[in-house]
Design a binder for this molecule. Sequence first.
Ligand code: SF4
Length: 192
Amino acid sequence: MSTLVTPTELRQHHYCPRVVFFARCTPVKRRETVLMTHGRERHQQEGERERRRTLSRYDLTEGERRYDVRLTSERLGLNGELDLLIVAGEQAYPVEFKHSQRPPDPGHKLQLCAYGLLVEDALGLHCPHGYWHSSRTRQTHLIPFDTRLRNRTLAAIRTIRDFIEAERCPPPTAQVNKCLECELRNFCGDTL
Ligand code: SF4
């Protein structure tokens, strides 16, 4: 079986490639911080609230909601579980919930696009865009899956698979301020 990466790992890789390397290629386990625990709990609550809402926030008049959709694509080298997939005819829209004050960053867009690619490959539906919803600001952002984002997503999958298969430690993040509060700092001797 070939190496599969997850959409979440694409987001983590964008934050810092070494976070994915430590998780996949070493016995080092990342400690869950209070912030992570809080975010995970809010994430679950948001999924439960979503079941009571209409589709109006997505500007869709109809669609079938599918929750916790687990998909695999050997061809893309991807597997993962979507929070929510809205299916309307031959089109489908992945939805990701985040407990964040900030708008979606490029890592979030890569993650969402990877879900879109997975849906297209595994279910044969077309995903023109996805939705990223903040449970904190209550804002829902539409993320178009244009050619540029699709290509960047595919390139990131290749990069991650390559270093996992070669068990090669990638360079650290260029933003050393991230290292100051990183729980993996003790394992990255060359960053600070
Ligand atoms: S210490 Fe810095 S380079 Fe190392 S994993 Fe953390 S953020 Fe990445």
